[in-house]
Design a binder for this molecule. Sequence first.
Ligand SMILES: Cc1ncc(COP(=O)(O)O)c(C=O)c1O
Length: 392
Amino acid sequence: MTFITDIVSKNVHQTQVSAIKDMAMLSAKIKGATSLTWGLPSFRTPEYIRQGVKQYLDEDIDAGKYTLPDGLSELRELVVTEHQEKTGIKVDADENVMISAGNMQGLNTLFHTMLDPGDEIILTDPCFASHIQQINLFSGKAVYWPLDEDNNWALDIDLLPDLITDKTQAIVLVSPSNPTGKIFSEDELIRVGKIAKQHDILIIIDDPYSEFVYDNSSKYFNLASVEELKEHIVYLYSFSKSYAMSGWRLSYMVMPAELKREALKVHDATMICAPRISQLAGIVALSQPSNHKQEFETILKSRRELICQRLDNVPDVFSNQIPEGAYYVFPKIIAAHTSSKEFAIDLLNKAKVAVTPGSAFGPSGEHHVRMAYCVDEDTINLAFDRIEDFFR
Ligand SMILES: Cc1ncc(COP(=O)(O)O)c(C=O)c1O
C-alpha cells in the first residue's frame, strides 16, 4: 500500500484491464507466442479511405481542428442516410446523431450519462468483457442475463422480466455477439423490445459486427428498425471492424433527442470531439461505394471454416458450436483444467498460444475460451499445430 493506493478511486480499484488486453500484453512478452486473443482484424484500412484522407490533409485547411462536440454535420447527415438505409428509420442529424471515438467511448459516454451508484445494467452472460468494466467504472451494477448454451447461446427471454428492478436503466445487446458469435432472432429481439418499453428502460445496441454474418444474413435483424422502439433505443455503430479502422477510433450513436442533449455534456467535458481526421475518414468511408466489406466477409468465412475444422480435430480438448457471425469462436474446454484463466495461462506459457479465458465474459463464460479468427490463416494453423502437439 502506498499513498497512490489511497488516492485511486474505489471505482477504478474495482475495475480491471480487460482479460483480452491482459492476455495480449502477456503474449507480447513471450517470444514467438501466437495470439488468438484480440479481435483486431488483420485487414488494412481500404485504399479509397486512405486516399480520401490524404486529399483532405492536403486541401482542407480545417482538417487539424476541433469539430463541434457531436461531430461534423456532413458526417452526421451521411449517418442519417446510412441509418435510414439500414433500418428504414428517419432520424435527425442534430437531434439524434452523435459522432464518437469508437463504440467503447460511445458506451463510456452513455454509462457516464446514465449511472448513479448502484444503478443496474443488464448484460447478456456471456457478454463483451469491457461492458462489465465500464459499468464498474461508474459505480453501476452489471446484472447478468444467462444465455442458453444448449441452444448455441440464444437469448432466454423467460429469464428477463425477473432481472428487472426499479434500478434497471438499460439492457445491452450485441448481435452477432462477442464472444459467442450468436445472431439473436427477430422474434427474441422483438420480445426484448416489448419488455424494455413496458418497463421504460433503454436498449443499447452495440454494433461492431452486423456486416459479418456469412451464410446467416437472413437471420440478422436490427432492433433499431422498429419505429415504436425509437425512444427506447440507442444504436452504436463502429467503423473499427467492417472498415478496418480500429485505430482511427470512429463510431456513431443514434439516440433519443433528450438523451443526446445530456450525453453531449459528458462527451464535451471528457473529449470535446472525436478526432477530426477520423471524422473526415468517416465521410470518405460513407460517401463512396466500395465492395471491401464483402471481401472481408469472404476471407473471414474461410477462416471460420478453418478454425472450426481445427477445433473439431481436437475433441478431447474443446467442444465447439459453429458461430453464426462476428469473428470469434467460444469453445468449451473439455481437457482437464481448474479454471479458464489457469487453462489460458498454461497454454500461453507451455504451448505459446494466447487465447482469452471465458470467465472474462461473465460467469457463464467460465470453462470456455474465446479465440478470434480475424487473424490470418497461418496464425490459426500455427496456433492449432501447437495445441495439437501440446495435448498429444
Ligand atoms: C462488442 C464490442 N463492442 C465494442 C468494441 C470496441 O469497438 P470500438 O473499436 O468501436 O471502440 C468491440 C471490440 O472488440 C466489441 O467487440
